[in-house]
Design a protein around this ligand. Sequence first.
Ligand SMILES: [Zn+2]
Length: 228
Amino acid sequence: MKANRPSTAAEVILIGGRLCLDFINTVDGRKTGSPRKESRSIYSPVLGDKLAEYSDLVAWSRHAGIVTATEAERLIQASKRNAREAKDVLDRAIALRETLYRVVKATITGRRPQTVDLKTLNDELLRARNHEKLTHVAQGFSWEWAGSDAALDRMLWSIADSAAELLTTADLSRLRECVGDDCGWLFEDTSKNRSRQWCDMQDCGNLAKVRRYRTRLRGSNRTKRSNH
Ligand SMILES: [Zn+2]
């Protein structure tokens, strides 16, 4: 593992509206028409995956606010001592992410999620629930994660928990997949008139506008040429 490699995972725009959706969006290019886009291969560099190493997972977790800077540093140090375990966690993270993508995509398109995907999610939830601890705080009670200091997979607990909350409490008819050609990012449409189509208007939306403009331009150029 290279030291201090800047991670693109820490630069991903968080537009999902939910932790689990933002986690699904650590890949871009799911809608390129590639036959691999919904494949079961757990890691495909073709997809523009931001999670190539365990350190990327930590960088994203810090970026998404589920670990502090100190905790992130501790995880990186621990991963260097347990490289094999860190790799296992990364594999589990990618498997969970692709599972969540398929489950949410099935929900958006009105299909039943696959049994194997629900099992994967439930397995991760079971792990997470094992670490849930009810604690007393100033205003009452809250959930905390017990034993998180030494756990390389602690970010997966928060992600699985976020997915369970989304699937059981959110208005699922507000889940969307960005209409951008090479995008495939998922988000919760919280707009008043339920009209959001793009992950990010500044990025995908604009890109589509530029493409439409270029296509029009090409069309008009062709017309001009044919007039000569
Ligand atoms: Zn998009």
